[in-house]
Design a protein around this ligand. Sequence first.
Ligand code: PGA
Length: 251
Amino acid sequence: MRKPFIAGNWKMNTNSATAVALAAGLAKELQGIETVDVAVCPPFVYLQSAAAALSASNIALGAQNVYFEGDGAFTGEISCAMLKDCCCTYVILGHSERRHVIGETDALINKKVKAAIDGGLLPILCVGELLEERDAGKTMDVVEAQVRGGLEGICNERIAAVTIAYEPVWAIGTGRTATKEQAQEVHQAIRALIEKLYSKDIAAAMRIQYGGSAKPSNTAELMAQPDVDGLLVGGASLKVEDFTQMIKTVA
Ligand code: PGA
């Protein structure tokens, strides 16, 4: 049985006051939730204050990115050890905004996934197609290449650290959620690919989140799909009420 996993991606939102208020509000509302793994991923600069606000809760902390080198002359970058030092458990990697706005490649993302695992973090590897790729019937080609690329060289012993998030780019921040059938189809295909690359047991244990305009009103139907094990939530994770409602729906 895969335990549901709901993560909030705050992206480049909040400030020092609202980040703490959001974390503290969630800590209060989600007290005692044990049947769902919950994480929030604030901007780097608010990780420590969010960690303090979450310290008495079951809510884990994640970052939105990391650099693959250990330390040294990498101006502007953040290491895995720094994230661990700020109480992070998870790190989102390969988010579509980093792929398509910042220009990250599968090769770079793969280095980050490996560094995260080696550094004791749990990566959430995001994959997903653009609208023109879906319209051209290339969804699975794109997703397969991103999964293979992101996981290249990661052996059976290390893969358990990874969560995959399927996030169709056309559904992110657009209000246009994938239908439950579209989500299930891709999730099932990703699980079949993991079975091919690893093993039946590893595929059965791998958590695959859906992301892209997930909100309270579509949480139940998405989570009812057999291969949807959780959600990576952007906009709706910035409101205590919405994110809490989503987690309570799943719990
Ligand atoms: P959204 O973002 O929920 O605002 O669509 C999801 C994500 O980008 O992780």
